[in-house]
Design a protein around this ligand. Structure first.
Ligand code: CMP
Length: 140
Protein backbone atom coordinates (compact mmCIF):
# COMPACT_ATOMS: atom_id res chain seq x y z
CA UNK A 1 0.00 0.00 0.00
CA UNK A 2 1.18 3.54 -0.75
CA UNK A 3 2.39 6.07 1.78
CA UNK A 4 -0.35 8.68 2.13
CA UNK A 5 -0.98 11.88 4.05
CA UNK A 6 -4.29 12.83 5.62
CA UNK A 7 -5.62 15.87 7.47
CA UNK A 8 -6.67 15.39 11.07
CA UNK A 9 -8.33 17.87 13.44
CA UNK A 10 -8.50 17.42 17.19
CA UNK A 11 -11.76 19.25 17.90
CA UNK A 12 -12.74 21.72 20.68
CA UNK A 13 -14.43 19.10 22.89
CA UNK A 14 -11.09 17.26 23.06
CA UNK A 15 -8.78 20.28 23.45
CA UNK A 16 -11.11 21.55 26.22
CA UNK A 17 -10.61 18.28 28.09
CA UNK A 18 -6.82 18.28 27.56
CA UNK A 19 -6.90 15.11 25.44
CA UNK A 20 -4.40 16.09 22.69
CA UNK A 21 -1.66 13.83 24.00
CA UNK A 22 -3.93 10.81 24.51
CA UNK A 23 -5.33 11.18 20.99
CA UNK A 24 -1.87 11.62 19.46
CA UNK A 25 -0.78 8.43 21.26
CA UNK A 26 -3.59 6.54 19.46
CA UNK A 27 -2.32 7.79 16.09
CA UNK A 28 1.29 6.90 16.86
CA UNK A 29 0.40 3.47 18.25
CA UNK A 30 -1.36 2.77 14.92
CA UNK A 31 1.82 3.65 13.01
CA UNK A 32 0.71 7.09 11.83
CA UNK A 33 3.42 9.78 11.95
CA UNK A 34 2.46 13.36 12.86
CA UNK A 35 4.43 15.24 10.18
CA UNK A 36 2.83 18.65 10.84
CA UNK A 37 0.80 20.01 13.73
CA UNK A 38 -0.42 23.35 15.05
CA UNK A 39 -2.95 24.62 17.56
CA UNK A 40 -5.21 27.34 16.18
CA UNK A 41 -8.50 29.00 17.07
CA UNK A 42 -10.72 29.05 13.97
CA UNK A 43 -13.15 31.85 13.25
CA UNK A 44 -16.68 30.74 12.37
CA UNK A 45 -16.03 31.85 8.77
CA UNK A 46 -12.87 29.70 8.57
CA UNK A 47 -14.75 26.70 9.99
CA UNK A 48 -17.60 27.35 7.56
CA UNK A 49 -15.25 27.37 4.57
CA UNK A 50 -13.61 24.12 5.71
CA UNK A 51 -16.99 22.39 6.07
CA UNK A 52 -18.70 24.08 3.10
CA UNK A 53 -19.55 20.68 1.59
CA UNK A 54 -22.02 20.33 4.50
CA UNK A 55 -23.52 23.83 4.03
CA UNK A 56 -26.99 22.49 3.22
CA UNK A 57 -27.12 20.08 6.18
CA UNK A 58 -29.31 20.99 9.14
CA UNK A 59 -26.36 20.71 11.55
CA UNK A 60 -24.05 23.05 9.56
CA UNK A 61 -24.52 26.19 11.67
CA UNK A 62 -24.13 24.25 14.92
CA UNK A 63 -21.02 22.50 13.53
CA UNK A 64 -19.39 25.82 12.58
CA UNK A 65 -20.20 27.39 15.97
CA UNK A 66 -18.73 24.36 17.73
CA UNK A 67 -15.53 24.32 15.65
CA UNK A 68 -14.98 28.02 16.44
CA UNK A 69 -15.81 27.66 20.15
CA UNK A 70 -12.27 26.82 21.37
CA UNK A 71 -8.85 25.93 19.94
CA UNK A 72 -8.35 22.96 17.65
CA UNK A 73 -5.18 21.08 16.75
CA UNK A 74 -4.77 20.62 13.00
CA UNK A 75 -2.30 18.00 11.92
CA UNK A 76 -1.04 15.97 8.98
CA UNK A 77 -0.72 12.23 9.56
CA UNK A 78 1.49 10.14 7.29
CA UNK A 79 1.76 6.39 6.80
CA UNK A 80 0.82 3.35 4.73
CA UNK A 81 -2.81 3.80 3.75
CA UNK A 82 -3.01 6.72 6.18
CA UNK A 83 -6.46 7.92 5.07
CA UNK A 84 -8.24 4.63 5.79
CA UNK A 85 -6.04 3.85 8.80
CA UNK A 86 -6.90 7.18 10.41
CA UNK A 87 -10.60 6.56 9.87
CA UNK A 88 -10.21 3.16 11.51
CA UNK A 89 -8.41 4.68 14.52
CA UNK A 90 -11.06 7.44 14.81
CA UNK A 91 -14.05 5.07 14.69
CA UNK A 92 -17.55 5.83 13.40
CA UNK A 93 -18.76 9.46 13.27
CA UNK A 94 -21.39 8.74 15.92
CA UNK A 95 -19.60 7.52 19.06
CA UNK A 96 -22.57 5.23 19.78
CA UNK A 97 -21.53 3.24 16.68
CA UNK A 98 -17.75 3.45 17.18
CA UNK A 99 -15.81 0.22 17.75
CA UNK A 100 -14.23 -0.31 21.18
CA UNK A 101 -10.73 1.14 21.48
CA UNK A 102 -11.27 3.81 18.83
CA UNK A 103 -10.79 7.50 19.64
CA UNK A 104 -14.49 8.29 19.29
CA UNK A 105 -15.56 5.31 21.40
CA UNK A 106 -13.20 6.39 24.18
CA UNK A 107 -13.44 10.17 24.03
CA UNK A 108 -16.29 11.53 21.90
CA UNK A 109 -19.32 13.05 23.60
CA UNK A 110 -21.88 13.06 20.76
CA UNK A 111 -22.11 12.95 16.96
CA UNK A 112 -21.39 16.69 16.88
CA UNK A 113 -18.75 16.79 19.62
CA UNK A 114 -16.90 13.78 18.29
CA UNK A 115 -13.31 14.75 19.18
CA UNK A 116 -11.64 14.30 15.78
CA UNK A 117 -12.03 14.90 12.06
CA UNK A 118 -10.20 12.95 9.36
CA UNK A 119 -10.15 13.30 5.57
CA UNK A 120 -12.27 10.72 3.74
CA UNK A 121 -10.45 10.33 0.38
CA UNK A 122 -7.17 11.27 -1.37
CA UNK A 123 -8.69 14.31 -3.11
CA UNK A 124 -10.21 15.71 0.07
CA UNK A 125 -7.00 14.97 2.00
CA UNK A 126 -4.97 17.04 -0.48
CA UNK A 127 -7.45 19.93 -0.37
CA UNK A 128 -7.83 19.86 3.43
CA UNK A 129 -4.05 19.72 4.01
CA UNK A 130 -3.58 22.69 1.67
CA UNK A 131 -6.29 24.62 3.58
CA UNK A 132 -4.16 24.63 6.75
CA UNK A 133 -0.53 24.00 5.78
CA UNK A 134 2.07 25.16 3.27
CA UNK A 135 4.46 22.60 1.81
CA UNK A 136 7.29 23.99 3.96
CA UNK A 137 5.37 23.05 7.12
CA UNK A 138 5.15 19.34 6.23
CA UNK A 139 8.18 17.73 7.75
CA UNK A 140 8.27 14.01 7.07
P1 CMP B 1 -16.51 15.27 10.71
O1 CMP B 1 -15.81 14.02 10.37
O2 CMP B 1 -15.70 16.40 11.22
O3 CMP B 1 -17.33 15.78 9.43
C1 CMP B 1 -18.53 16.50 9.51
C2 CMP B 1 -19.03 16.64 10.90
O4 CMP B 1 -20.37 16.99 11.03
C3 CMP B 1 -18.94 15.28 11.59
O5 CMP B 1 -17.60 14.94 11.82
C4 CMP B 1 -19.78 15.52 12.83
O6 CMP B 1 -19.04 16.08 13.89
C5 CMP B 1 -20.77 16.55 12.33
N1 CMP B 1 -22.09 15.91 12.24
C6 CMP B 1 -22.45 14.90 11.48
N2 CMP B 1 -23.74 14.57 11.69
C7 CMP B 1 -24.17 15.44 12.62
C8 CMP B 1 -25.42 15.63 13.27
N3 CMP B 1 -26.46 14.85 12.99
N4 CMP B 1 -25.50 16.60 14.17
C9 CMP B 1 -24.43 17.41 14.45
N5 CMP B 1 -23.24 17.27 13.86
C10 CMP B 1 -23.10 16.30 12.96
Amino acid sequence: MAIERTLSIIKPDATNRNLTGKINAKFEEAGLRIVAQKRIHLTKAQAGKFYEVHAERPFYDELCDFMASAPVVVQVLEGEGAIAKNREVMGATNPADAAPGTIRAEFAQSVGENSVHGSDAPETAAAEIAYFFSGLELVG
